[in-house]
Write a protein that binds this ligand. Structure first.
Ligand SMILES: NC(=O)c1ccc[n+]([C@@H]2O[C@H](COP(=O)([O-])OP(=O)(O)OC[C@H]3O[C@@H](n4cnc5c(N)ncnc54)[C@H](OP(=O)(O)O)[C@@H]3O)[C@@H](O)[C@H]2O)c1
Length: 344
């Protein structure tokens, strides 16, 4: 007899609040696992899909179960899964955003994920802390490592030896940015970043060598001056409005003239000599980057303590019924923290 399952459903386009109702307990396909979900982290895409309806991910059918970031224990493994076993403590990227399959939305007690998008976590890491990682590390990994983006070499634990190249990450204190800083550092790249001055210590504590205030009127000039003698590995534009300054800066520096962006709004098109790509943070599920991160890197790096679950979890609720409250808090904006709901 499978366990009974409950989800925080979005019952119709723009429906608010989410509604707690029974959900099917779905068996995993051969390459999948079922996770007993003990913590979820919330992302901008979750509340903006709820608010914007069909203008974002117009393929969404309702009722739906949203959510990307899960952490919990392995409840069931598909027939071809050998790397993970029942009871393992894991963190995973649930990917309802691309397939709209309710069984793969994070906001429920039992969620189905591809096994290559899940990593074991050490006993020292709580489910709540671990849950901050998935969508942000995935988005950063797509930008940094896919062949059609910055194509950096993969990270390792211990970190790869220095390549002598520098990556610019704009918005280093964001969820995506703080994961990008750590991935790039582990892959052997120096990282220079931007953030509010209050987050300088934070971004340096996770590997950035220099931090600049993105609100400074001289930010573009300051970064070009600081980086003029470096060999760049490119730029990663994370926050709103960042593609334009990152493109301008990278166009004036030596090295790789390519900008990856987590943000589709780039303003005017980049100059012809600058490569530019908007990344969708789930595309690694379909290519070699997903296994490189979730199978080969994260489990060891988290156990070694060379990769940290950042920014820190701010646990604002307990139980599926608090997810709507968490989305409303996140909508007001966060700085160097991640909104998390405990389901334990
Ligand atoms: N393409 C994808 O698949 C994908 C996936 C996930 C996220 N994203 C996008 O990536 C961006 C970051 O997402 P997130 O979840 O990492 O966000 P987040 O953690 O909620 O971002 C908050 C951080 O953004 C920084 N920030 C705020 N306004 C900024 C500005 N005008 N310029 C530069 N930085 C600014 C703040 O830094 P300080 O506190 O230091 O000021 C704050 O710490 C969002 O635009 C999101 O839509 C895209």
């Amino acid at each position: 007899m499978p366990p009974s399952n409950t989800a925080a459903w979005i019952t119709a386009e723009k429906a608010n609040p989410l509604e707690l109702k029974p959900a099917p307990y779905v068996q995993p396909a051969a390459n999948q696992i079922v996770i007993k979900n003990l913590a979820v982290a919330l992302n901008l895409v979750d509340w903006s899909r709820q608010d914007l309806g069909a203008s974002l991910f117009g393929w969404t059918k309702y009722p739906a179960i949203f959510g990307s970031d899960v952490s919990g224990t392995v409840e069931k493994v598909g027939s071809s899964v050998t790397r993970l076993k029942l009871g393992d403590r894991v963190v995973a990227h649930a990917d309802e955003t691309t397939n709209n399959d309710p069984s793969q939305g994070a906001f429920q007690n039992y969620v189905v994920v591809d096994s290559h998008m899940a990593s074991r976590i050490p006993d020292s890491l709580s489910y709540e802390s671990a849950s901050v990682i998935p969508l942000c590390v995935s988005t950063a990994a797509c930008a940094l490592f896919q062949k059609d983006t910055l194509a950096l070499q993969f990270p390792s634990s211990p970190p790869k030896p220095p390549t002598g190249k520098t990556l610019l990450v704009w918005s280093g204190a964001s969820g995506v940015g703080s994961n990008a800083i750590q991935l790039a550092t582990a892959a052997g790249y120096e990282v220079v970043t931007t953030c509010s001055p209050k987050n300088n210590d934070f971004v340096k504590s996770i590997g950035a060598t220099l931090a600049f205030d993105y609100n400074s009127p001289t930010i573009v000039f300051d970064l070009i001056s600081a980086l003029k003698d470096k060999t760049m590995a490119g730029g990663f534009a994370v926050g709103n409005g960042s593609p334009t300054p990152v493109i301008e800066i990278i166009s004036k520096l030596n090295g790789t003239k390519f900008v990856a962006s987590a943000n589709p709004n780039i303003g005017s098109p980049p100059p012809d000599d600058i490569g530019f790509k908007f990344v969708f943070g789930t595309s690694l599920r379909e290519n070699e980057v997903g296994p490189a991160i979730y199978e080969n890197f994260l489990t060891k790096a988290l156990a070694d303590g060379t990769f940290l679950a950042k920014p820190d979890a701010d646990v604002v609720g307990h139980g599926l019924s608090d997810i709507q409250k968490g989305l409303d808090i996140l909508k007001k904006g966060v700085s160097a923290k991640k909104i998390v709901i405990s389901l334990a």
